[in-house]
Write a protein that binds this ligand. Sequence first.
Ligand code: F6P
Length: 459
Amino acid sequence: MKRIAVLTAGGDTPALNATISGVVARANQLRVEVIGIIKGFNGLLNPEVPHVHLNPLYATIPELDSTLGGTILGASRDYISSDDKETTALAASRLAKLKVDGLVCIGGDGTLNGMQALADLIPVVLAPKTIDNDLGLNYLDEQDEWIRDPDTTHKKGYQYRMRAGREFTLDEMVNYVTPGFATAVYVSASNVQRIRTTAESHRRIAIVEVMGRDCGMIALGASYGQPDMILVPESPVDPEPLVNKLVSLLDYQKHAVIVVSEGIVDKDGLPYGSVSASQDPSGNFQYSGAAEAIKRLFVKELGNEFFTRKRRNESADAAIFIRKIGHTQRGGRPISFDRYYAQQLGGKAVDLLMDGQHNVVATLQYRDKGFYLDSCTANSLRDRWGVIHARPLSKKFYDSKRFKPSNLGVEYLHSIFHNALSEGDVESGRSLFDSAHLHRPFHSVNVDINKRIHRLPVE
Ligand code: F6P
C-alpha cells in the first residue's frame, strides 16, 4: 500500500487528533501517504470528497497536534448503510479516485457498523474511539447473549436486550478501554468533586448527569469524584431503595451528590425521563431528562414539606439542583492515558492494513496488569443477526445495593486510572492563565486546515 485514507466518524472525543497522529506517524515510517477525509463518512457522500494530505513528503503537517482535543478532520454522524449498494459503490469509487488502497476509520460501534458496507469493496480497519467506552465485549462470547424483539418505534425496527451475562475476569475483555473515555472520566469526576462543596455548604442535593448513552462506564468512572450514589443504565431505577438511601444521607450529612447516567431506565427498560423524539443518523436515541426525572421522583416521594421543615430549604425545588456535565466531558485536551494509547492504536491500525488484515478493529487489551495492542475481527463483535452493539457496563462492575462500583468495578477503574495523568497534564492546567489568552482571539485550526483542503473535480 502506498496511500491510505483516514476519517473520524461519530461524536468527537478528546483523543481523535492523537489517533490521527498515530496513523500518520506510523505511515511516515512506512513511507505511506495519508489522505484525511473531511467530516467522516459525510466526506465520501460528497462527490468532491473534501480531503487533506496529512503527510506531504512523509512529514506530518504541523496542524496535527496530539494534545489538541477534537479532530482536525471534522466529524459527522453520517453513515453508509449496507443496504444502500449504490451509495456504497459511489463512496468506494471516490476512494479509488483518490488512489487510496485502504481506509482507517476512527470511530465507535456506530462507525464499525457503518464501515461494514465498504468492507467488501476496500480494505478497512477501525481505530477505536469513544468517550462512552462501549466498544468491545466484556467476554468473547458475549454477543450471543443478545435477544431481539420487533419494535416499530425504533429506526432499526427492533429492540435489543441482553440476557444476564456470565462471570468473567478482566483479561477476558475484548477492547479493554477506548481512547476518549479516560479524559471524559477525568472531566466528570473533577466536576463531581467541585459540585460537592456547594451541595455541602447549602445543604442541597446535587444531581449530576453524565453522558454514555446506554452504557454506565462514565458514571462508574465519575466515582473518582466520590459521589454518594451513582445510577447506571444497566441497573433499572428502583425508587424505594434510592429514596431511602437519600433520606439516610440527608439525616447523616445534610446533603447528597448523585451521579446519574443519561440513559438510565425504569423496571420495564424504558428510558427514565424524557427522550427527544429524534434519533441520530445511526439510529441512536438522543437522551435528555434523566436528572430531571430523578429530581421529580424525589420531590414526589418526599414532598415539599420534607425539605421546608426538616431541611430548612425554601422548597423541594430549591433544595435539589441539577448539573449536566454535557459536552465538556468530550472536549479539550486529552489526558496522558488517552494521548498515549490513542497514538498506539492509530499506528496499530496502519500495521493491520499493511499486514493485509481488513475489516478488523485495533484493540487495547489487558493481561497480567499491563496493556498491550491486539486486534479482533468486526465479525467477532456481531450478534447472530450481524448487528454490532454498544458494550454494556457489566453488572459485575456495579453494586446496585450500594449504588457504587463493585470490587471488580474498582479493580477495572484502578487498572486504567492509577497512572492516567502525567506532569504534562498538570503543566497544561497552568497555561490557562497565560495572559495572552486575554488579548489574543482564539485561532481555530479549521482556518488552517481549510487552506489545505483539496476537492475532486466533479464531471
Ligand atoms: O457517543 C458519544 C456521546 O457523547 C454520548 O455519550 C452522547 O449521548 C452523545 O454522544 C451526544 O451526541 P451529540 O453530541 O451528537 O448530541
